[in-house]
Design a protein around this ligand. Structure first.
Ligand SMILES: NC(=O)c1ccc[n+]([C@@H]2O[C@H](COP(=O)([O-])OP(=O)(O)OC[C@H]3O[C@@H](n4cnc5c(N)ncnc54)[C@H](O)[C@@H]3O)[C@@H](O)[C@H]2O)c1
Length: 280
């Protein structure tokens, strides 16, 4: 039996909410008055997040789900819909990565990354759509925000399955936006650049940390703003994209990358050719 949320609160379902970017998205949406439904495989961290949101006066339900288990995903969406009566925003944020190039990729690693990074977002969207449809009380329908990555466009050649899924999320965004515009559902991809999370920094050399330090130094050379972004800078962009203020934004990629994707080469060239104008 469906019950309305308190004061007709909007519901935002956020995957990968236990830590990193997803955790901040959950907090930012809760602070903006959304009823947050947080999904992750990390049960303890997820429940701690829900406790923190409730303790600060927000609304949050936590569901521990492995997104690779599609049956569990489908029944979770059904439970959420039945209990809250509506889902206004879906943020497909959870992801995993395997450090294999095309030469080293294994079927097992490929299947796992595709299951979590692309199959789950597609089917979550499919199952959420019936709870999002436009009604008199909700003239704008809903919004699906897919967290892609600049790696869809500037891959490093070390994580083929990850790059393919992030590119796939862009194509999915465009196709789903075309399919859902007539029922008032917007679909947008947000591509972060380098963001301060464990995942953002972890390129597999846990022993010495050297690779991480090298990666960081290199990335700072190609980010015109000269720093990594924060989870807050991503979460606030997601909040805006999901809001009615973005009511004409659909079927597009929104990059939050400090200028990296479009200008990474210009940054270096400027340093060489116009050193007097180079300030960082
Ligand atoms: N941090 C960056 O620099 C960066 C850059 C570009 C894109 N992104 C994207 O942003 C999103 C969030 O990244 P992050 O840096 O916060 O990563 P993170 O690893 O800190 O968080 C990812 C979350 O997804 C969850 N998750 C992974 N597999 C799952 C599964 N099978 N079922 C349920 N939950 C699962 C993890 O438990 C974790 O809480 C990802 O889509 C990532 O690709 C991050």
């Amino acid at each position: 039996m469906a019950t309305n949320t308190k004061n007709n609160q909007r519901v935002a379902l956020v995957t990968g909410a236990a830590r990193g970017i997803g955790e901040t998205i959950a907090h930012v949406f809760a602070s903006a008055g959304y009823y947050v439904v947080a999904i992750d495989i990390l049960s303890d961290e997820l429940n701690a997040l829900a406790d923190r949101i409730r303790a600060s006066g927000g609304s949050c339900d936590a569901y521990t789900v492995d997104l690779a288990d599609l049956y569990a995903v489908e029944s979770t969406v059904e439970q959420i819909g039945e209990s809250l009566g509506r889902i206004d925003v879906l943020v497909n944020n959870a992801a995993t990565r395997s450090l294999h190039s095309v030469r080293g990729i294994t079927k097992e690693a490929w299947d796992k990354v595709l299951a979590i990074n692309i199959t789950a977002p597609v089917f979550l969207s499919k199952w959420v759509i019936p709870w999002m449809r436009r009604t008199d009380a909700r003239p704008h329908g809903g919004a699906i925000i897919n967290i892609s990555s600049v790696e869809a466009n500037i891959p490093k050649g070390v994580a083929v399955s990850y790059a393919v899924t992030k590119g796939g999320l862009l194509s999915f965004t465009y196709d789903a936006a075309a399919s859902l515009a007539d029922i008032g559902i917007r679909v947008v991809a947000l591509s972060p650049g380098a963001i301060e999370t464990a995942f953002g920094a972890d390129y597999g050399d846990a022993d010495s940390g050297k690779l991480e330090a090298d990666m960081r130094a290199h990335s700072l050379q190609v980010i015109p703003m000269g720093r990594w972004g924060t989870t807050d800078e991503i979460a606030k962009a997601v909040l805006w994209l999901a809001s009615d203020d973005a009511s004409f934004v659909t079927g597009t990629e929104f990059r939050v990358d400090g200028g990296m994707t479009q200008t990474w080469m210009a940054h270096d060239v400027k340093k060489q050719i116009l050193p007097d104008e180079f300030e960082s």
